[in-house]
Design a protein around this ligand. Structure first.
Ligand code: G1P
Length: 284
């Protein structure tokens, strides 16, 4: 069972300016829910009970989002809007279940994860990047069910010319769902990529990874990469990639974000018919 999850939310969101100048990118809504809430719900569906946010300056909206809003709750109560009240109360986790640690300066995903080291004991922990939004089954639940020690990443095949946007796997045995990871490299150029099997922002990492991150070695882009720390564990611990069943949207890009809004809108009972009709008219 995976009981803890880390959510690195300290990034500046420069790919999404000006929207993210004063608002955390993780608070961008897909239909009616911020990206970070989708990630938290995905982890909760996998049995996660402790939610650790690695946050930074200008990110207090995230803390507020997972806390009570007394004025809002009192107003909804007074107006008898019980459905809306239920919705906002359902997001509040028990005392101590949500923890925040500040990453004073962005220095890469590996560094962000390392900032949470004191909150992690000796158990494996999930890491979720809220930018990667997954429609369908909880990806972390699928991973937790398939996990049998060591490290695990969610993977998907990407077009050949996009390898330089992802951690890329050197595959070993591959049964079509679980692929044995024999190597991992961060953002290789297409000509140098060992495959087109890419890491999506879902990880289950063993505590040893934190010790490896202690060295603060910098990798691709001059950043401390989680990919590099995981690669160093190869041979010491099992390392698997899971092809998850859901559909992933890159909500760190404008196109992926728009696609996610349309795809999730089409899954929404209230919106589906009107959205579909509008799209058909618009495109004809
Ligand atoms: C991060 C990881 C990369 C992974 C990607 C998935 O990169 O470093 O290995 O493939 O997330 O979205 P980022 O997109 O934060 O640059």
């Amino acid at each position: 069972m995976i009981k803890k999850a880390i959510f690195p939310v300290g990034g500046l969101g420069t790919r999404f300016l000006p929207a993210t100048k004063a608002m955390p990118k993780e608070m961008l809504p897909v239909v009616d829910k911020p990206l970070i809430q989708y990630a938290v719900e995905e982890a909760a569906a996998a049995g996660v009970e402790e939610f650790i946010f690695v946050t930074g300056r200008n990110k207090t909206a995230i803390e507020d989002h997972f806390d009570h809003s007394y004025e809002l709750e009192a107003t909804l109560q007074a107006k008898g809007k019980s459905d809306a009240l239920k919705l906002v109360k359902a997001m509040i986790h028990g005392p101590g279940a949500v923890q925040y640690v500040r990453q004073q300066q962005p220095a890469g995903l590996g560094h962000a994860v390392w900032c949470a080291r004191h909150l992690i004991g000796n158990d494996p922990v999930a890491v979720l990047l809220a930018d990667d939004l997954i429609l369908g089954e909880s990806c972390v639940r699928e991973m937790a069910e398939a996990y049998d020690g060591g490290n695990m990443v969610a993977v998907m095949d990407v077009p050949f010319d996009q390898t330089d946007a992802y951690g890329i796997v050197t595959p070993g045995d591959d049964d079509g769902r679980i692929v044995n990871v024999r190597g991992l490299v961060e953002k290789p150029k297409p000509a140098e990529a060992p495959s087109t099997i890419a890491v999506v922002g879902r990880y289950i990492i063993a505590p040893d990874v934190f010790a490896t991150l202690d060295s603060h070695e910098r990798g691709a882009g001059g950043e401390i990469q989680l990919t590099d720390a995981l690669a160093k564990q190869i041979g010491k611990a099992p390392f698997k990639g899971l092809r998850f069943s859901g559909e992933r949207f890159d909500c760190g890009s404008k196109l992926g974000f728009l696609q996610a809004n349309i795809a999730f809108g089409l899954e929404n009972g209230e919106l589906e018919t009107d959205l579909r009709n509008w799209m058909v008219g618009r495109l004809s």
